[in-house]
Each structure stands twice: as structure tokens, then as C-alpha cells.
Design a protein around this ligand. Sequence first.
Ligand code: GLA
Length: 393
Amino acid sequence: MTKTIQNLALGIFAASVLASCSNNGSNKNESADSTNTTTTTMKTGIQQADWGESDGKKVFLYTLTNKNGVQVKISNYGGTITSWIAPDNKGNKSSIVLGFNELKGYLAHPPYFGATVGRYGNRIADAKFTVDGKTYKLAANNGKNALHGGLKGFDKVVWDAAPLADNTPSLTLNYLSKDGEEGFPGNLKVSVKFTLSDDNELKIAYDAETDKATPVNLTNHSYFNLTGDVSNTILNNSIMIDADRYTPVDTSLIPTGELKSVKGTPFDFTTPHKIGERIDQVKGGDEKGGYDHNFVLNKKGTDLDKVAEVTDSISGRKMEVYTTQPGIQFYTGNFLDGSIKTDDGKPIMQHAALCLETQHFPDSPNKPAFPSTILKPGEKYHTETTYKISVMH
Ligand code: GLA
């Protein structure tokens, strides 16, 4: 069942049940079935659909639609972006992210497709860290290391959804990660707000507060294939990353601690290069070839600056990434091996998609020289990342 959410202008909370949304992608409320009218507090530009249940909690799928008909679907299961429909340069629409139509695809635990990742995105060496003189042990869910928040990270929990009455479609997801959850100290109150602008930008704002010092590193793990078809790899896309340095890693993908110059290496994307051009020279983890590295962004401070751009000549689509964060993990889907299939049965092969995970550097809790990821009581965690999609003619 899909509900179209109406404007709150008069403070009247009325949502109408629609048979379907208009095909041209506009967000007009076309018809209402009065027998099914329910009360709810949401706004034009967002639809809510029942999407099943997990942990005894209701799961919903929200569709954010802007005035250009760009549609982003986000679930409160894992704070997951499941689909992102954007036109190519001929006006054809397809989803530019990996995802599934049904919740069961996610309950089978794909590798973080579209998920909100936390409490600590990326790796913590030997699954342990020390804060305020106390050592905390985490689950080793990636060899001997901890990855992406543990066995049941933020990507696998059901968030509370709080749609807001703004002028552009937005969705806020809230989650309380309890003291001790996945081994981390402190009750962490997290909120992630997704906003889809009429400039085809998806803005993601992350906020958190804690009552004990804890590492926090929140990110989104969307896998982009700008061609809109996983049969094409991302190797012919060009990418620019505004980073003069990166963090080299050991064989288990833990940074050595060095901030190494990209000059003269396959990591130099300060000018655009095709992803496939030098990828053979790059070893990922477990001998799976490809990029899976954190780049040290050139940006200074915490303004929302442009840090990366991907272009695709097949569709003419372009994606720009803006962030307040100091790092970005460029991951070329090295571990994808065809064992997961799309809803229409296509195997998702190695390099079928890329991730640009804005973040603090991996293993920061054990690397005192890296910018700190420790959030203390009384402090406010706030970061923002924007992905902007456009077409080149
Ligand atoms: C991140 C990691 C990769 C891999 C993926 C999920 O991008 O850096 O090594 O674990 O998540 O498969």
C-alpha cells in the first residue's frame, strides 16, 4: 500500500491512498480513496509504503520525488537507499544505484548496498580500541578486524522515521544505539536526514550525541553504476578525487599510518582518469584487485566542498560528491563476484559499481596521528555529504 503524503501547510495531517503515482514522475496527488484515508504527518514529495517487518518492527519504503521527477527510495531498514531513478542525456530513466525492490533482498545481507553505515564505518584493526584508558573489544567480522559497525551495524537495524514538513522532500531517520551495542561504549543518539533538492542533489546530514566517549564514523554505502545497467562495469567511467594523498594499507586493508603522495601512482585522480586505466596495478584486500582505499581530501576545515566527480560516457550522467568530511573511501566493488543478482536476474559482477564513502580515515581509533573520531559527552557530531547527479550533452 502506498500513501502519498500531503502538504502540512494548514497543519492538517491527511494522507490519501493512491493506486499509483503519476508516470511522468511528478508528485501531484492525483486521486484519493476516501475509504482508506489515514492520518499521518508528512508532506508533498514523499510517499510511504509498507515494506515488511524486521526485529518485530515495521519497515517502510519512502519515495522522495523532486520536481524533475528524480526519485530516491529510502527504507528505514538500515537507512538504505534502495533506488535512485535519474534521467540519462536522452531522458531515459533508470536507477543508478544497486538495490532491490523487496526487503528480503536486504535481509539476505548484501554487502551494504545503499546502507547507512555505523557506528564506525570502515575498519578498526584487531577489532579493539582504547578510549579513556579502557579497552573495548568488538566482533571481528572482517578477518581479524571490525568492519562497518559490527555483526549488526546500523545497516541492519530498523530506524524510526520522522518525515519533516520542509519545502523539499526530506526524511529523517533516528536510532538509539545503546551503551554496549556491538561492543561500543555509550548510548549514541543518531539521526540521518536525507533531502532531495530540485537541483537533483541528495543531501545526507548525520547528527549524533553520546553519553560516554565513543568512536563515531557514519557514512552511506551506495554502490553507483551511472550507466544504470549492471551489465556495464564502472571501468570506463572517469573519476576525479581532490586528494594529493591517500592512506596505504596492509593486506587486511588497515592503514599503515602513512599519508602517502598519490603523485606518479595509480591513486592520482587529481585530474580525471578512467577507473580501468591503472586498476590492474592496484591490489585490494584478499588479493581481490581494485581500489578499496581511503583518500586524504585536500579540503581544509569542515565546509561542504566538492571532493570528487564521476562521469559516464554511455549515459552522459555525471555525479559530483560534496562533503564536510576529511576522507573518502573509493571502492570499486572488488568483492562482487556475480553471486548476487539484480531483481531482473543479472549477476552483479566484480566492478559492476563503485562506492564513494565519505568518512574519517579507517582505524582512526588506533591511529592517534589521524584526525580524531572520538565523540565525547556534550559534543555534537555533525557531518554532511551531497551527491549531485546531472547530465552532460
Ligand atoms: C567497504 C570496504 C570494502 C568492502 C565493502 C563491502 O567499502 O572498504 O573492503 O568490505 O565495504 O563489501
